[in-house]
Structures are given as C-alpha cells and as structure tokens.
Design a protein around this ligand. Structure first.
Ligand code: FNR
Length: 397
C-alpha cells in the first residue's frame, strides 16, 4: 500500500512530506516568518469560526461546481503559485498542473518555478494562470508577460505583498535559500534523504541538469545553485498602482492582484482594472504581524463584492475552512501548502489525493450546513463565538 493511501487528511500528507524532503526544503515550504505568529494565527482564525448546521435539506443534488472568473471550475478552488514545487517533486509544477486539470480547477504557475511555462502549457491541459513578480528592469517583466500570453495562459496574477522581502531565519540556518547554498549542512541534509536525492535532484541531473528558474527572464535563468549576479533583481519595493494599470493594459486576459488585506487596496485594485483580487497574507510567510486573511475578508467583501472576483488564501487545510471563506463572501479560495504536501508525498497522485480530500471534506461540510450549491453558502451559517468577558466586568461588584 502506497504511503499516500494511508493519508486521510492534509496533516497526514504533511507528515509524509516531512519524512521525504530534506529539512531545508521541508521547512522552506512549511514554515512562516520570524516568530511564526501569522502562521499560527491563520489557523486559529478558522478554528474560531463555528458553523451552524441545517437538517433534512434533501441533498441528493449537491454540487461543488462554480463559475470562476467566467469559466467553469469543479470546485471553488485554484492552486496557488508556489515557487518551490519543482524541488518538492520532479517537475512538481507539472504534477500540480496535471492534478488540477484532472480535478477541473485552475493551476497558477509561479515566476520562481522550475518547469517552463511553455512546457506546462503544452503538457498539462486545464486552466492555467501565471503569477508575476516584477523585475527591476521593467522590460524583463513585460517579456515574461508576453511569454505567458504567447503560451496561452488564461490569467495573470500579479503578486504585490512582498515589498522588501521577508525574515525567514530558518532558511539561513538550514542553508536553504535561493540561490541554494551548498554547505556541509545542506549536503548532509540531502544525503539523509536518499529517496529525494534519487527521484528529484538525481532525476534532474540525468535529464536536464541542475534545476534552473525557467520562468525568470533569460539573463537570470541560472542554476538554482548560482545567484542571479545581482542583489535584488526584483522590483517589488518600487512597484506602484501605475504598474498595475500598465500591466492591465498590456494583458488581454483575466487580471488578478494577489496579496490584499485592506478594503482601500481592494478598491484601488478594482479601479485599476483587476478582474479579481486575492485576499492573502502569503500563507503567513511575509509580515509576521499580519492580520489573518479570513479576518480581513468581511471589510473587503463590503467594499468590492460584485465588482471583482474575490479569492482568498492562507491557512486552508480543511474543506470546512473553504466553507467558512465562501460563507463570509469569498468567491473561491487558493490552496498553497496542502497540494505541495501532496506532491512531496507522492507526486501528481499526491496532489490528486490532497484535492480529493478537500473536495470530500467540502461536500460533507456543505451537507452539514444544508447547502446544495456553493452559492447558497452565506454568513448566516457562521457563528462567531461571543467576545470573552472583559476583565473590568469581572471586578465590578
Ligand atoms: C508561496 N507563495 C507564493 N506566492 C506568490 O505569489 N509567488 C510565489 O512564488 C510564492 N511562493 C510560495 C512558496 C511556498 C513554499 C509557499 C508555501 C507559498 C504564497 C502562496 O501563493 C499562497 O499565498 C499561500 O501558500 C497560501 O497559504 P497556504 O495555503 O499555504 O496556507
């Protein structure tokens, strides 16, 4: 029996992933930033929300189908961009894209991924979105966007929440950063995981050589063991709403701005032509004091619902989390780590397993709250717990 057959939830897939991956790779995918408060808070925010059940709702016709940005999706879910997929499993991005196509949901390819967008477009099938980090040399960004256009990607997802990088101190300790630093520690780490050495790194070495960032502009497509030759080739810190307006003009397809946590920014995104926004704190990987995206959602829904598609991510590990997000006004969610655990545990089949688990949990939760259609999920099914008694009230006579 394959290990993934014994995985019954996303946490099980995470446990297998942890065993299979070198520590440096696993921590890069799994952990947050600084003291990992946002990471924990993302989960706590979902756990705090309770659902109110309905009974005897005749659920024979239960459906998870939705219209997502004008096209059908079998689930209110898309796979989020994650630069590291190609090191979790051999051509991990392709595995994710194929699993998404099979499940009938969109897949987002990250700028920092290893498999080229052209290969994904030819081999994966399904709905494909491309995520952009902008480069200091603006032309290079537009060259990438042109490549995505030529390859037939449906949507452009521009990530805007990484202005000055992040503090992920464990990556420095593990010697796992991009570029990958070859040190005694990282070599020992890899040697302790011979299966990964053989089936991931070794397979690249005997096929295409040391992995490269195939979706970086040509002049930066170095091996992952070599720097870009420039300290900060990306220009997140210099980006402004003018960039969003220009990209919008250049990109003919669906246009999504990712990494929004305030109503004001959601409104600006819509005013600058976004068809969709992603309410996200980057999975708790950037600002450690960040609000949980599910807590930021209601004010954003009040500001832009009906004017743009509202996607949400960060912390989703159960189908019930998806129900809570949709009930509070998201149109769909993005999934980051859940499917990365899947490919790490078992390649494409592992990703399919992660999506099947989430689908099954979503259906069960919809049944408990008495909803046959995703559109029936509304705020009335969510019960937030009462505020804790205030200390002042307790000491008054
Ligand atoms: C990410 N994320 C991300 N986002 C993005 O816009 N570009 C990127 O290259 C990456 N890379 C990346 C790598 C890894 C390892 C992770 C875990 C995440 C963020 C991602 O798109 C998404 O916002 C979060 O992963 C959502 O949170 P969960 O589902 O992982 O909790």
């Amino acid at each position: 029996m394959a290990q993934i057959d014994r995985c019954y939830n996303i946490a099980d897939l995470r446990r297998v992933a942890r065993r299979r991956l070198p520590k440096g790779v696993f921590e890069y995918l799994d952990r947050g930033s600084e003291d990992e408060v946002a990471l924990a808070h993302n989960r706590a925010a979902y756990d705090r929300l309770k659902l109110k059940t309905r009974v005897l709702a005749d659920l024979r016709e239960l459906s998870t189908d939705v219209d997502l940005l004008g096209d059908a999706s079998a689930l209110p879910l898309a796979i989020a961009p994650t630069g590291i997929a190609g090191l979790c499993s051999y051509e991990g991005e392709l595995a994710l894209a194929k699993a998404a196509a099979k499940a009938g949901v969109p897949f987002t390819l990250a700028t920092g991924s290893i498999t080229s967008m052209e290969k994904i477009a030819v081999e994966a099938g399904g709905r494909l979105w491309f995520q952009l980090y902008m480069w200091q040399e603006e032309d290079l960004s537009y060259q990438l966007v042109q490549r995505a256009k030529d390859a037939g990607f449906e949507a452009l997802v521009v990530t805007v929440d990484a202005a000055l990088g992040n503090n992920r101190e464990y990556n420095q300790r593990n010697g796992f950063s991009i570029p990958f630093k070859v040190s005694a520690r990282s070599i020992m780490d890899m040697l302790r995981h011979p299966r990964w050495m053989l089936t991931v790194l070794g397979r690249y070495l005997i096929t295409s050589g040391m992995p490269r960032h195939e979706n970086y502009p040509a002049k930066y497509q170095h091996r992952i063991t070599r720097g870009t030759g420039q300290a900060k080739p990306m220009r997140q810190s210099a980006m402004s709403w003018q960039d969003i307006a220009r990209l919008r003009e250049f990109w003919p397809g669906k246009f999504i701005v990712k990494g929004i946590l305030r109503a004001e920014d959601a409104v600006l995104a819509v005013e600058h032509g976004a068809d969709g926004i992603v309410v996200s704190n980057h999975g708790g990987r950037n600002l450690d004091s960040s609000v949980a995206s599910i807590d930021a959602l209601p004010e954003i829904v009040s500001a832009v619902a009906g004017r743009a598609t509202i996607l949400l991510d960060s912390g989703i590990r159960r189908g019930s989390d998806i129900v809570k997000a949709l009930a509070l006004g998201a149109d769909s969610v993005l999934i980051g780590r859940a499917t990365l655990y899947g490919i790490s545990a078992g390649g494409q089949q592992g990703a399919e397993k992660a999506l099947a688990i989430l689908r099954s949990e979503l259906r069960k939760t919809m049944a408990y709250v008495g909803c046959r259609e995703v559109s029936e999920l509304g705020p009335e099914i969510v019960a937030t717990p009462p505020d804790p008694p205030s200390e002042t009230a307790e000491i008054l006579p």
